[in-house]
Write a protein that binds this ligand. Sequence first.
Ligand SMILES: O=C1O[C@H](COP(=O)(O)O)[C@@H](O)[C@H](O)[C@H]1O
Length: 241
Amino acid sequence: MEREISALYEPKRNNEIRIFESSDEMSTDLAEYISQVSEISVKERGYFAIALSGGPLVSFLGKLCEAPYNKTLDWSKWYIFWSDERAVAKNHAESNYKLTKEGFLSKVPILNGHVYSINDNATVEDAATDYEFAIRQLVKLKDDWVTYITDSPQPPPERITFTLPVINSASNIAIVATGDNKSEAVRLAISDNADGPDNPSSLPARMVQPTDGKLVWFLDKAAASSLETENDDAFEQHHEY
Ligand SMILES: O=C1O[C@H](COP(=O)(O)O)[C@@H](O)[C@H](O)[C@H]1O
């Protein structure tokens, strides 16, 4: 059964919300989604490039390390980037690279040369410049690809991060959120009627809108709990909004 929420949100081109009973079900679908996107990309372009954040996302990738994906995916064609990294050493407990290495990269045969980690031996500003330079050697995208901040509201304060033009240039964007502590942010990011911050830049997820691609939200029931629905009984649901 599906919860009917499509009528409550202004339709946007190529956007979809998927809501699951649990984060486990969500990660199963996320793995299938990534598998399909990667197969299409390898077929059409000869490679698959994915930019990862840190946080719980990395554990959700765990299903890709298991059957059937560990055997069926063409890992030799995968390229790994970080859309967001903390300016700490690669072996630091707060490094997104370390998290990804331990939770994902060490479990699948992705080539070391295809893993584009961020320089941990430079200032945060130089690391952003270096990373942009490295990516510019590989792909044609827009200006201002990688930037940095030194005042993250949560520690550690220094981060290197993709800019919106780069994110919005992707063919496929997945935003993954679980837990009820994310529900208000999810509501503010998705709902056109939400009483949110007047300045959209204070909620960057609202500005994620692929120019020529598709955006899919992967939410568990708890993270979706503040979205208005007409039928609260049902999960999993897939709908366009
Ligand atoms: O600081 C970070 O956190 C986010 C998400 O973490 P969450 O626990 O709030 O879901 C992560 O995506 C980002 O890459 C990381 O640097």
